[in-house]
Design a protein around this ligand. Structure first.
Ligand SMILES: [Zn+2]
Length: 112
């Protein structure tokens, strides 16, 4: 999983055009190994999340935050870190988010 310039690096199958995360070496649709790296828009909607009230020590300073699973508009899911969320009232399912950074926490998201 790589994030560059607020975009997600993905593999695009040269044979069938299928897009997937740049973590596998086969096209998950047609099994071709002929993949190229492409940048895709890091925007999508939240499909589920967990609000972290109890954080590991190294994450204490980032509280409160939610760990969210996002379905990117391009079609696959990622999970990432959404700061500033302390209650489900602040974060409806299907809320729009975008990738803003990538650091030691993982993918950093913000509400879009
Ligand atoms: Zn393919």
């Amino acid at each position: 999983m790589t994030v560059k310039n607020k975009k997600v690096l993905a593999y695009k199958c040269k044979k069938c055009g299928n897009l997937q995360l740049a973590t596998t070496i086969f096209c998950n649709k047609c099994s071709s190994q002929d993949l190229e790296t492409v940048e895709v828009e890091g925007k999508g909607k939240i499909i589920t999340y967990t609000i972290q009230n109890i954080a590991p020590e190294e994450y204490e300073k980032f509280k409160p935050y939610a760990w969210v699973v996002v379905k990117l508009d391009i079609g696959f899911n990622i999970s990432g870190f959404l700061p500033g969320i302390n209650s489900p009232k602040n974060l409806p399912i299907n809320a729009r988010v975008k990738i803003v950074d990538y650091d030691e926490r993982g993918i950093i998201l913000s509400l879009d």
